[in-house]
Design a protein around this ligand. Structure first.
Ligand SMILES: CC(C)(COP(=O)(O)OP(=O)(O)OC[C@H]1O[C@@H](n2cnc3c(N)ncnc32)[C@H](O)[C@@H]1OP(=O)(O)O)[C@@H](O)C(=O)NCCC(=O)NCCS
Length: 405
């Protein structure tokens, strides 16, 4: 049996715990010069390590930021950005102990939400996380694809050098704003690892910005993957979009128009785009855009159920009473009345009964209550309440996170 301690890491343990994470994800060892640039993105704060003696065997890291929720408010959130256990110490409860410590600390600090991207969808449901926003992977074929003539045209696209991009893009991202539920603020410490390291030391990505009548209103970061080989000497490259944000339809169209205009390219590939992004219907022939997959993107955990439910907006419908069961944070368990005026605890009999991970799936508007009931995730005590819950929780815009963390 493995005996280990779980505790917050010290400054001196940052690099060793980062190595545990990196190796658990089969990453290459980060060289000293890269660490000197991106180590700032791995501060000791809010990082729980599992240790056997002095040796790190597991890590659960998070940073504080903000996330948009339906109705337009932006809430504090713990963004869980690194979870890994040394390969020779898995399946012995190390992650379970790390998640318990992390969740308790997030709750104690009063953050209403926690969120993450999962390497595998089977890991986090048991800790109360639900699959809260999906993302689609699209591939647009070149040179066949053309934007439809009625797609808005306004502004121009220009390439930025890596140093320029590092300076300019954070302000562009802030300016675009958190316009979809699930989008997050990118704290200063996120940029060195999330963006700059691909640009400056690795020179892996190209950055282009779109300027409209009011200034820069969109950007795209992409890598070019060569596909030419002895067997296919004429094959064009693939542009693989890493990060694309636009303040509105004209900027979105301008960036796609640019991507589709790059020479010697046979396809543009973009992973984890919003499921309702209308790319296919922006083309003259929508078959030139294929949706290759739709996958879980953002996982959400309501840490303070009452505060989180009260903070989001709801559409008009008669209220419903929802009973929530939370195995890790027992104080969340209980009944909540949810209506167009908000949410509060109640002692009334529940119409719908669910676990806290299912509430995470409902919260950003990705899944309807009816769909979750059909999947056996909601126990329906009053069938009429299911339709009301559909109305209340529905959002016009699909949720999307759009940040690699
Ligand atoms: C995923 C990972 C962190 C799990 O750590 P762990 O210490 O083995 O997890 P635990 O022993 O606490 O497992 C808790 C439960 O989750 C299950 N579980 C853990 N990892 C799982 C996985 N990858 N797939 C399915 N189930 C998993 C265990 O079987 C166990 O179930 P049980 O309680 O019914 O027995 C570890 O396998 C790892 O580091 N993987 C590679 C890196 C990675 O994927 N990190 C996640 C990034 S989002």
């Amino acid at each position: 049996m493995t005996v280990f301690d779980v505790r917050l890491i010290t400054e001196e343990e940052r690099r060793a715990t980062f190595d545990v994470l990196n190796r658990s994800l089969h990453g290459k060892r980060v060289a000293d010069d890269l660490w000197s640039r991106m180590g700032v993105s791995w501060p000791a704060a809010h990082k729980f390590g599992a240790f056997e003696g002095d040796a790190a065997i597991g890590i659960a890291s998070s940073f504080d930021t903000e996330v948009a929720v339906p109705g337009g408010r932006v809430l504090p959130v713990a963004a869980v950005d690194g979870v890994g256990v040394r390969a020779d110490r898995t399946r012995r409860g190390v992650l379970t102990a790390l998640m318990a410590a992390q969740l308790a600390e997030v709750a104690e600090r009063g953050l209403p939400l926690a969120m993450l991207h999962a390497s595998e969808p089977t890991i986090y449901g048991r800790f109360g996380y639900g699959s809260a926003a999906l993302g689609k992977t699209v591939r647009v074929s070149r040179p066949a694809a053309r934007l439809h003539e009625r797609v808005p045209v306004a502004g121009e696209v220009r390439l930025l050098g890596p140093e320029e991009a590092v300076k300019e893009i954070p302000a562009v991202y802030r300016r675009i704003g958190l316009h979809r539920p699930g989008m997050m603020a990118r704290p200063e410490a996120w940029w060195p690892a999330g963006h700059e390291r691909h640009l400056v030391p690795e020179e892996r990505y190209t950055v282009a910005v779109h300027s409209g009548p009011d200034g820069v209103d969109g950007f795209v970061t992409y890598e070019t993957i060569g596909r030419r080989s002895l067997d296919s000497p004429d094959e064009g490259a693939v542009l693989n979009v890493y990060d694309l944000h636009a303040a509105g339809p004209a900027a979105l169209a301008g960036l796609w128009r640019f991507l589709l205009s790059v020479d010697l390219v046979s396809a543009v590939h973009a992973r984890h785009r919003p499921v309702d992004e209308p790319l296919a219907v922006m083309l003259t022939d929508h078959r030139h855009a294929s949706t290759l997959s739709v996958e879980d993107d953002l996982w959400l955990r309501l840490v303070d159920v009452e505060a989180a439910l009260a903070a989001r907006g709801y559409r008009a419908a008669e209220p419903v009473v929802v009973a929530v069961a939370d195995r890790q944070l027992a104080s969340n368990s209980g009944q909540y009345e949810v209506g167009p005026d908000g949410a509060r605890r109640t002692s009334a009999e529940p119409d719908l009964v669910l676990e806290v991970d299912t509430l995470g799936m409902l919260y950003l508007g990705q899944w309807s209550a009816t769909a979750l009931a059909q999947a056996g995730r909601i126990e329906v005590r009053d069938p009429a309440a299911l339709t009301r819950a559909d109305e209340l929780f529905t959002t016009v815009t699909a949720p999307w996170n759009g940040t690699h963390f």
